[in-house]
Design a protein. Structure first.
Lengths: 529, 167
């Protein structure tokens, strides 16, 4: 029997999206006794996670099959530089945390004041101190394993909830080379249990973190959704919201119109609405909700909805050394360097350096992919696996109005709505910063005495599925979409909890900041309700 | 290198089959002829220094398809087609062929170069349901992983010490 997808009575809060942001808002408000409804476009994934792991490990299946990513529901158009929107984006209860790797760093103080400090981008209307208590709460909510060994990290008042994962064998090789090159390495905060936490086990080393953690040691938002439901929230899956409706005065949202799998449309009414559907679907939904009063889309009197789309760019290189490196034993990273994160001036953007624990081919993937078997297979895989090393890095992209999400004029999705068009390109400063990251990485490889056999630079770089900036936060209603309380300037009961409110992108994986902002959003909502 | 019951359990942990042997080994699994075909195939695709293949394949395969009727039927169909190919070109069932001829039969069918596909042509389904099934079972165990250079291969919950360098 299919679940009841008819709308509840007028709720206190209607949240659109059951990823980490929506889940945290729902959990906090439901726990506070509020009547909360969450509408999620994708399904509840109820299959065995070991089965999903097998789907990932066996080469007959595309990685996107694991979480049913893409297809007519997620159709899109990419303009300019190619953008693989559905490669890492999951729609479903839990959102993209189902697939993510789980790296959770706080933004730096400079990230919030980039324009005033070095003349780049734009300042956020809040600073690090405003977000600091929410960062701590987010680390507690997600369960973060970390250590206070990072000399470049912003100040914190409390220890991490769990001890950090120790460095890897390959980290130790990199650490020596980095020391010779004058580069300081340190641990990585991971949203992954290094010991039992929040009813979930410690990591047992399946090594398939992204796209799937069968043990549940890696945080994903299904745990927060479960807590929200336990507290009374109603979570309805497979109900993509088609548009928001507003009152005659154009001051308040009155309902979220959603479609059900059987072709029905319903309207969920609420006192407050929260959009928590990521950096692409959030602006798309606002643009789809145009009306005679708001012909350019809802909450878009600034014209900023969909604009300033940003992602982080990958820069990296890898090669082979003359000793065992123990790669692919785990699927997460244990060392990084944030030494080149803060910008000395306006010549470059932020760089975060990473040391991979899964360089080179996976032995299982290699074993199942050749045209050989028996002794020949063993010989081939032993030759291809075992001594790879790789460095990665995230490079910041600054906000530019021409990078944007807009509605495509002709192509529609499975509900007849215009698909998102991702208009995206790289500017010269970003390219220069990728080159700078490569120079630093090359220095390390020189110290190792290794000639890289692959390099990802400005031409071959790829985005990292961190969709940011498309409903930016600001004090000025003419230049931003939401205010510092995450409420839209135009509609008094519409808030946004998403990376779409980021003013600048930094170069840290965004989910911890998304979670912190979601908790801040929940606090402001609770004050108003 | 001997495959043990412990390896069967490790292989099952990586596969979507739980971590236990089926209670009733005479249940809906494979006929003795089908099991023989699987074992004789494993003898070809597994490295030559692996021993106790028969028990490993028998126990793993039986547990693997318990409660997974559709997957079992995919395997059974692929076994039948492999046998049919062997009968047509080598006049005997696959399991009855000498090991070098089994290898030849597989290559003659195009299984070596085939992309694994559960809904594809015969060679692709033999690759998916039989060859890759057996390779997946072996190489997600510590014993199989060790042959490739890791005692904690992806898919095996081997803990968080080995990545630090401990053996």
């Amino acid at each position: 029997m299919s679940p009841d997808r008819t709308p509840a009575g007028r709720a206190d809060v209607c949240v659109v999206g059951a990823g980490p942001a929506g889940a945290l808002v729902a959990e906090r408000l439901a726990t506070a006794g509020r009547d909360v409804v969450v509408l999620e476009a994708g399904p509840r994934f109820e299959q065995d996670r070991e089965e999903q792991m097998e789907t990932y490990l066996r080469p007959a299946h595309a990685e996107t099959e694991v979480w049913d990513m893409g297809g007519p529901r997620d159709a899109f158009v990419s303009s300019g530089r190619s953008y693989p929107l559905n490669a890492l984006r999951v729609k479903g209860v839990g959102g993209s945390t189902l697939h993510w790797q789980g790296m959770v760093m706080r933004l730096h103080e400079q990230d919030f004041e980039l324009e005033s400090s070095v003349g780049l981008g734009r300042d956020w209307p809040i600073d690090y101190a405003d977000l600091k208590p929410y960062y701590a709460a987010a680390e507690s909510a997600l369960g973060v394993a970390g250590a206070d060994d990072n000399p470049f990290a912003p100040p914190r008042d409390e220890p991490f909830p769990m001890p950090a994962f120790p460095p890897s064998k390959s980290d130790s090789l990199f650490a020596d080379a980095c020391e010779s090159a004058g580069i300081t390495t340190h641990s990585v905060p991971n949203a992954r249990n290094s010991e039992s936490y929040d009813g979930r086990s410690a990591c047992v080393g399946y090594g398939t973190c992204s796209p799937v953690c069968p043990s549940g040691a890696k945080y994903d938002a299904t745990t927060t959704i479960a807590d929200a439901e336990e507290a009374g929230a109603r979570v309805v899956s497979e109900v993509p919201v088609q548009r928001l409706e507003h009152d005659a005065a154009g001051e308040r949202v009155t309902g979220a119109v959603y479609a059900t799998p059987d072709g029905e449309e319903h309207t969920q009414e609420a006192r407050e609405f929260v959009l928590a559907c990521g950096g692409v679907e959030t602006p798309r939904l606002l643009l789809l909700s145009d009306s005679p009063q708001y012909p350019d889309g809802l909450a878009n009197s600034s014209g900023a909805v969909g604009r300033y789309f940003m992602d982080h760019l990958f820069a990296g290189m890898g090669g082979r050394v003359g000793e065992e490196t123990r790669q692919h034993h785990v699927g997460f990273m244990t060392s990084e360097s944030h030494q080149f994160y803060d910008r000395p001036d306006d010549s470059r953007s932020a760089i975060k350096l990473e040391f991979l624990n899964y360089a080179g081919p996976s032995p299982v993937g290699a074993a199942l992919s050749g045209d050989d078997w028996g002794d020949e297979l063993v010989e081939r895989v032993r030759d291809s696996y075992g001594n790879h090393l790789a460095m990665g890095g995230l490079v910041e992209q600054l906000p530019r109005a021409e990078n944007r999400i807009r509605l495509h004029p002709t192509k529609t999705d499975d509900h007849g709505n215009p698909v998102p068009e991702v208009v995206w390109s790289l500017d010269e400063r970003t390219r220069r910063t990728i080159e700078r990251a490569n120079e630093i990485q090359r220095r390390v490889f020189d110290e190792l005495g290794v000639e890289p056999d692959w390099v990802t630079g400005p031409e071959s770089t790829t985005p990292t599925a961190h969709h940011m900036g498309t409903t930016r936060m600001g004090e000025d209603p003419e230049a931003s979409v939401v205010d510092p309380e995450l409420r839209t300037h135009d509609l008094s009961n519409l808030s946004i909890a998403s990376s779409s409110v980021f003013v600048t992108a930094g170069a840290m994986n965004p989910t911890l900041t998304i979670a912190a902002l979601a908790l801040k959003c929940a606090d402001h909502l609770e004050e108003r309700l | 290198m001997e495959l043990t019951r412990r390896d069967v359990l490790a292989a099952l942990a990586a596969a979507s089959a739980g971590c236990s042997f089926p209670e009733d080994a005479s249940g809906d699994g494979f006929s003795s002829e089908e099991t023989e075909t699987l074992v004789s195939l494993a003898e070809v695709v597994y490295p030559s220094d692996v021993t106790s293949i028969e028990n490993f394949v028998r126990d793993y395969s039986l547990a693997r398809v318990e409660g997974r009727g559709e997957y079992r039927e995919g395997m059974r169909d692929a076994i039948a087609e492999l046998d049919e190919h062997a009968e047509t070109f080598h006049d005997q069932a696959f399991a009855a062929l000498p090991k070098p001829t089994r290898d030849e039969a597989l290559r003659g069918l195009g299984v070596d170069a085939a992309d694994p596909d559960p809904e594809g042509a015969t060679r692709e389904r033999v690759r998916y349901y039989l060859v890759n099934e057996l390779l997946f079972a072996l190489y997600t165990t510590p014993t199989g992983g060790e042959l490739l250079g890791t005692e904690n291969p992806p898919g095996h919950p081997g803990g968080t010490r080995s990545y630090q360098g401990a053996r």
